[in-house]
Design a protein around this ligand. Structure first.
Ligand code: SF4
Length: 257
C-alpha cells in the first residue's frame, strides 16, 4: 500500500485506517511544531495542490482487505491533509465506496479558506488542533509558515463550528511551554464549545518531554463541563496493521533517514 496505512488504535477514534493524501517521504506541513513527531520537514508549503490523485487512493481502498472492522477512515499522515487540493473530492469518493465514517485531523491553518471549510464539512468527524492562546505562543509552539496568524485561525475555527454538522473535536497538545496558559486555552475551548476536547501530550519520540499523568489530570480539571478525553485515558487496543513498518513510519514512530 502506498497511501493507506494502519489500521491503528487511535485514542481519539478507536480503530482507524489512515489515508495519507500527501504521501511524501518527508513531512509536508504549514507548521513546524516544536513537538512534531514526524521529524524534520523538507518542505514548508502553505498553498494547496494535488499530491496523490484521488483515483489512486480509491484504487488502493478498493483493494484493501482488513483483518477486522474499523471505526473510522482517517485523513491524516505525514503532514497537514488540508494542503491536498483534492481533500473534498477524496472524501466524497471514499463515501461512495465505504460505509465507515470519515475523520480528518487538521492543524486548522487553512480553515479561513471557504473552500477548505466546505471540504472539511464533508467529513463525519473533524479534529482541529489549537495549542496556543495568543499570537506569541502560536509562533513559539507551532512555528507557522509566513502569513498564517493565530487570530485568523481562531476566527476560522469559530466560523467552521457554526457551519459544520458533524462531530467537532478540539485537540490541544500540552507541553511545558504552554501548560501555564491552560486557563486561556480552556476559555477558548468553552467559547468554541466542541463535541469533544482532546487533551494530548507528546508520548511518541520527539525532542519535547511529555507532561505527566498528574499534570494532564490537573489540566483536565480546567475543562470541566465539556466532554474531555486525554491521551492517558484510553488504553490502546491490539490491532494488526496491514504493514507494521510503514504504519510506524507514517505515525512518526520510526525515523526516516
Ligand atoms: S501540525 Fe502536525 S505534522 Fe505539522 S508540524 Fe505540527 S505536529 Fe507536525
Amino acid at each position: 500500500m502506498e497511501y493507506i496505512y494502519g489500521p491503528v488504535s487511535s485514542w481519539r477514534l478507536g480503530s482507524s485506517l489512515g489515508i495519507d493524501l500527501l504521501s511524501q517521504r518527508h513531512r509536508i506541513c504549514t507548521f513546524d511544531c516544536i513537538y512534531c513527531q514526524l521529524g524534520k520537514g523538507k518542505r514548508f508549503a502553505s498553498s494547496r495542490k494535488v499530491y496523490v490523485p484521488t483515483h489512486k487512493i480509491i484504487k488502493e481502498l478498493e483493494m484493501v482487505s482488513l483483518p477486522q472492522p474499523i471505526n473510522y477512515l482517517t485523513l491524516s499522515g505525514r503532514g497537514e491533509p488540508t494542503l491536498a487540493e483534492n481533500l473534498g473530492e477524496t472524501i466524497t469518493a471514499i463515501k461512495a465506496i465505504r460505509k465507515e465514517p470519515v475523520a480528518v485531523l487538521t492543524n486548522a491553518s487553512l480553515i479561513t479558506n471557504d473552500k477548505v471549510r466546505a471540504e472539511l464539512s464533508l467529513a463525519d468527524f473533524v479534529s482541529v488542533k489549537l495549542d496556543a492562546s495568543s499570537e506569541e505562543s502560536f509562533e513559539l509552539l507551532n512555528k507557522p509558515a509566513p502569513g498564517i496568524k493565530f487570530a485568523q485561525i481562531r476566527q476560522g475555527i469559530k466560523q467552521f463550528k457554526k457551519e459544520y454538522g458533524g462531530i467537532f473535536g478540539l485537540q490541544i497538545m500540552f507541553i511545558a511551554q504552554n501548560k501555564d496558559n491552560v486557563s486561556e486555552l480552556a476559555e477558548l475551548a468553552f467559547e468554541l464549545n466542541p463535541d469533544e476536547v482532546q487533551i494530548n501530550t507528546p508520548l511518541r519520540p520527539c525532542p519535547i518531554k511529555p507532561l505527566s499523568k498528574e499534570e494532564i489530570s490537573m489540566i483536565k480539571g480546567y475543562f470541566k463541563g465539556l466532554n474531555v478525553v486525554s491521551v492517558y485515558d484510553r488504553t490502546p487496543k491490539e490491532i494488526e496493521p496491514i504493514n507494521a513498518e510503514d504504519t510506524l513510519r507514517r505515525r512518526g514512530k520510526i525515523e526516516i533517514p
